[in-house]
Design a protein around this ligand. Structure first.
Ligand SMILES: C[S@@+](CC[C@H](N)C(=O)[O-])C[C@H]1O[C@@H](n2cnc3c(N)ncnc32)[C@H](O)[C@@H]1O
Length: 276
């Protein structure tokens, strides 16, 4: 696919990733569940104008379009043409008329100020490069009294990642695959700094016990697109440091092993805020 949006390398990698995943994306029940929960929390209702940021295959946009009805309107945006194609197919089958999609980067898209009652973003906010600037931009698109709702994994989610991050920090390497936004306090201040009020943070635990081997596989299994130049954090270590860091990583995970396996936290966070 050509880069119609003038995306930088990082975002083009994300678009390519989801173009490849688009045909099978809807096999995941997890994403549907998250989207339904976010819709409920944000109290989308009849006549609302809704913006679904990084709509993907349209789980939120399509459900919202059925809630807002013919007097409402839904716009879904995404950088992946492949994901949008899947969405458009579903919309055509369902015959929905109050919904449209745009191939657009959520960080540079433009809408008139005060356009939407609800702006939602599920399973995607961690990909956003400049989160503070994006929240400020989206704040402008919301009507006064409008609500933003974002879902993200918590900082504590994914034990292999958490331990890897702790170990690498000791070696001066900041692990930054673009897959989380920090502590709950960071989320709160991000939203407050963007001008949102009545900020509410809801969390849910979806964790489970996993095998030690699976937890350890995080050492090399981190090949997600990263906004940093070098996506391979391990390449920043010397071979001596690498051996030492791997031993520390494995020892830490082994120390956490129980009879059931290693507890793999999957705290899911929903952040809601209102534009005054
Ligand atoms: C895990 S999918 C989530 C899709 C949908 N929101 C859901 O919950 O099922 C992540 C989506 O974010 C999109 N995305 C990532 N960065 C984006 C950006 N800067 N602007 C628009 N879409 C973006 C990807 O193309 C992909 O479709």
């Amino acid at each position: 696919m050509t880069n119609q949006l003038g995306l930088n390398d990082y975002k083009q990698k994300i678009a390519d990733l989801y173009n490849r995943r688009s045909q099978t994306y809807d096999d995941s029940k997890w994403h549907v569940q998250i989207c339904q929960r976010l819709l409920e929390y944000a109290q989308v209702s009849s006549r609302h104008h809704v913006l679904d940021i990084a709509t993907g295959t349209g789980h939120i946009a399509i459900a919202a379009s059925q809630i807002v009805g013919s007097s409402g309107r839904v716009i879904g945006i995404d950088i992946s043409a492949g994901m949008l194609e899947q969405t458009r197919n579903k919309v055509e089958v369902l015959g929905l008329k109050n919904i449209e999609f745009q191939l657009a980067d959520a960080e540079s898209v433009n809408f008139p100020a005060n356009s939407f009652h609800r702006i939602l973003c599920a399973n995607s906010f961690p990909w956003i490069e400049d989160k503070e600037a994006a929240l400020q931009l989206w704040h402008r698109f919301l009507k006064p009294g409008g609500v933003i709702g974002i879902h993200t994994p918590a900082d504590t989610a994914d034990i292999g990642y958490v331990v890897l991050r702790q170990v690498l920090q000791k070696y001066g390497v900041t692990l930054e695959p673009s897959n989380r936004i920090g502590t709950l306090e960071t989320c709160q201040s991000l939203f407050a700094n963007a001008g949102f009020e009545e900020i509410e943070i809801k969390t849910e635990q979806h964790g489970s016990y996993i095998s030690l081997d699976k937890a350890k596989s995080r050492w090399t299994g981190n090949s997600l697109p990263s906004p940093k130049q070098s996506a391979n954090h391990l390449s920043e270590l010397s071979s001596v440091q690498l051996t030492q860091a791997l031993a520390e990583f494995e020892a830490e995970l082994e120390a956490r092993q129980t009879e059931q396996g290693v507890w793999d936290d999957l705290t899911t966070v929903y952040i809601l805020g209102r534009k005054p």
